[in-house]
Design a protein around this ligand. Structure first.
Ligand SMILES: Nc1ncnc2c1ncn2[C@@H]1O[C@H](COP(=O)(O)OP(=O)(O)O)[C@@H](O)[C@H]1O
Ligand SMILES: [Mg+2]
Length: 346
């Protein structure tokens, strides 16, 4: 049996670090993987400048062995995410088992997955995608006039940045609330709003220089779900096993359920009767998600986040609001590290 070797990739900066400078959950994950894969391993730091050298170093460390690479970088910390994903892809092409594979992160972590899956039973079938400002300017005003409240999500973003709740007032003015910190912006008219919003579509990027992010800009338009006031339901998944359900409740009267905005979190096991429905829905969703894995594994550690709604009969219904799979943490649930390790059991 071929010997294995584990390399965990981190980024030196960011607010997600423990006292030792690593992500607070990296070492328990490292220990668990090394235990279950019965191998040695190390943690390395990625920088854009040293990416070529680092790639050679990692491949050298794994020479003659079967190499496991686990990415533990929150892409929000990187300026050139596209280059980082390409770096991971090169490791994969060189034979490493990269978890989570960048193809999978691109497909699932970007918000346009909500548009791609819109006709699935766990999604909202009115979801729109505006790849450029022209499409936005053409379609968004109609939707806002019809809905009065509408949610815009930048295709690539996290922790509430670039997610806006847009509200059309009786007098035609517009209030936009950004989820990152519930900061509000005011506009007298639709024209003023559109004029300001245009800069969010960065058309000046030279797409030919991108490996991965071509055609990936734009915004997803989602129906506002008022039951966000009851919180967001996060199913935490390890590979293809739901492991816990986290109920995240926004601060009273607020829109954002991100931890930084002061939301309250409660953790339950997936067999809690309260969450039977949503766990079943998640397991059933895997079939719809599979084509987007492009033959790769499910993400190593990921979440499907839902907001409650009502169906036509007035029963509870869960609507997918996002998938996170680029760097989900388990700092508050370190016991799950063993389950992460087991994914690498032969
Ligand atoms: N359709 C929606 N209706 C109401 N609130 C929403 C909706 N989608 C997102 N939100 C709110 O915005 C926050 C951020 O959106 P989310 O899709 O989770 O993006 P991210 O976490 O990547 O910034 C959520 O935590 C939730 O509070
Ligand atoms: Mg979120």
């Amino acid at each position: 049996m071929e010997e294995r070797y584990l390399v965990i990739i981190e980024y030196a900066k960011g607010s997600d670090k423990g006292v030792d400078g690593f992500r607070a959950d990296t070492k328990v994950i490292q220990k668990a993987i090394q235990h279950h894969a019965q191998c040695e391993g190390e943690i390395v730091f990625y920088t854009h400048k040293k990416r070529e050298l680092l790639k050679d170093y990692i491949l050298k460390q794994g020479e003659g062995k079967s190499l496991i690479v686990v990415s533990r970088i929150n892409p929000g910390n990187l300026k050139r995410v596209d280059e980082y994903f390409y770096f991971l892809k090169q490791l994969s092409d060189a034979g490493a088992e990269v978890q989570t594979h960048p193809d999978v992160m691109i497909n699932l972590n970007f918000k346009d997955i909500l548009y791609k899956l819109k006709d699935s039973p766990f999604c909202d079938n009115t979801t729109e995608f505006y790849p450029n400002f022209e499409a936005f300017e053409t379609h968004f005003p109609h939707r806002l006039i019809k809905e009065k409240k509408y949610v815009l999500k930048v295709n690539y973003g996290s922790t509430g940045e670039g997610v806006y709740l847009v509200e059309l007032k009786e007098d035609g003015s517009i209030v936009s609330t950004e989820a990152v910190n519930n900061v509000k912006y005011y506009y007298h008219t639709m024209e003023e709003f559109l004029g300001t919003f245009e800069e969010n579509f960065d058309d000046d990027i030279d797409e030919s220089e991108l490996h991965y992010f071509q055609g990936k800009s734009g915004f997803v338009g989602c129906r506002y779900l008022p039951r966000i006031s009851e919180g967001e339901i996060r199913v935490l998944i390890i590979n293809d096993q739901p492991m816990s359900v986290v109920h995240k409740k926004p601060k009273e009267g607020e829109f954002s359920a991100t931890l930084f905005s002061g939301a309250h979190y409660q953790y339950d096991t997936p067999n809690d009767p309260k969450w039977k429905e949503v766990v079943k829905l998640t397991l059933n969703a895997f079939d719809a998600i599979k084509p987007y894995l492009q033959g790769k594994n499910f993400p190593l550690l990921w979440t499907m986040d839902y907001i409650m709604d009502y169906d036509e009969a007035g029963n509870d219904r869960y609507i997918l609001s996002e998938i996170n799979c680029s760097c989900v943490g388990i700092t508050t649930q370190p016991q799950l590290a063993q389950e992460v390790g087991k994914v690498f059991q032969r």
